[in-house]
Design a protein around this ligand. Structure first.
Ligand code: 8YV
Length: 317
């Protein structure tokens, strides 16, 4: 527990945050670290009634039971744009305000998507292993797939999807997108049918939020439509893809390869994926640059300050 002034609102931290952000919060507010409690039930019985705010992240989330057990909870402030791990309806039922960190991470997440795309297309990670393992001395590295002229299908054309579209357009790729609605102010082709988009795409890039509405949106049928020359890129959430169907599509050559930053049960990655050279795996690093994580930390702190100063949030969910 960290204590500041007796008047400082008490906050519950669900899991560890970026060290500088955690330190800033702990020196400004009275805080409790939930993940360090030996017995969370006893801990909440003792301290629960003081807690006015929860600080969490897209990864740590916040369960409905916890929200319902805190009688004086007023706000949940989250570090991250995705809030699928937070029980939003439990919070809304109790009139608890919620904020996330949209906008500040779009460029870095889009860079990650593009990095995975160019890596799977040209086999950069596999080529690196090839050189390191001394294979260049004995054989030729297989040819890759050109980007220019190919179609990138973007599933979810929000701010991150648009930043991806901008990047792939600069590489002379054609862009089409799938989403709930056609957008009137974008120069990209709308495809209202996800399977049709997959069949037209050389690269299918996922940029939709996680949660019930998109759970297993990418299933065996969509992967079959993407086809044996198609690549899947996922920087969204592992839950968007039926991971077992993806593993089997890769094993059977139903799709050409995949670039994955997110997984169904992070940090667990299915063993077969670890053994495939046509799959590039990154450890959910989408927004992970010094600059962007600092911007996310600043926005998280600003939301807290605003809420406890005048009851407002800069970026409410
Ligand atoms: C972060 C993310 O890795 O913003 C999100 O939704 O998935 C990532 O930017 C995560 O929130 C940090 O814990």
């Amino acid at each position: 527990m960290s204590e500041t002034t007796p008047q400082a609102p008490a906050l519950l931290l669900i899991g560890p945050l970026m060290p500088a952000l955690q330190q800033r919060i702990e020196s400004t507010y009275t805080t409790y670290r939930l993940w360090e409690a030996d017995d969370q039930k006893t801990f909440l019985n003792t301290h629960g009634d003081q807690i006015q705010g929860i600080v969490t992240s897209g990864i740590h989330g916040c369960k409905g039971n916890l929200i319902r057990s805190l009688n004086n909870l007023k706000v949940i402030v989250s570090f991250g744009v995705g809030y699928d791990a937070i029980d939003i309806s439990a919070a809304r039922d109790r009139g608890v305000a919620i904020s996330n960190t949209p906008g500040v991470l779009d460029d870095c997440v889009a860079d990650t998507a593009f990095a995975l795309l160019i890596d799977v297309a040209r086999g950069i990670s596999a080529a690196d292993r090839f050189v390191r393992n001394g294979r260049w001395l004995k054989e030729k590295f297989p040819l890759g797939c050109k980007l220019g002229g190919k179609t990138c299908g973007i599933v979810g054309l929000g701010n991150i999807g648009k930043a991806i579209a901008k990047r792939v357009s600069a590489f002379d790729m054609n862009v089409a997108y799938y989403g709930r609605h056609q957008q009137s102010d974008v120069p990209y082709r709308y495809e209202p049918d996800l399977k049709a988009l997959a069949s037209q795409s050389d690269f299918l890039v996922l940029a939709v939020p996680g949660g019930n509405a998109t759970h297993h949106l990418i299933n065996a049928d969509v992967l079959k439509a993407l086809g044996k020359n198609g690549f899947l890129i996922n920087i969204a959430r592992g839950s968007v893809v039926d991971e077992a169907a993806l593993v089997s599509a890769l094993q059977q050559g139903i799709i050409a390869g995949a670039g994955l930053d997110v997984f169904a049960h992070e940090p667990e990655v299915p063993q077969p994926l670890l053994e495939m050279d046509n799959v590039v795996l990154t450890p959910h690093l989408g927004s992970g640059t010094h600059e962007t994580r600092q911007a996310m930390a600043d926005l998280t702190f600003e939301n807290l300050t605003l809420y406890f100063t005048n009851g407002q949030l800069k970026t409410p969910v």
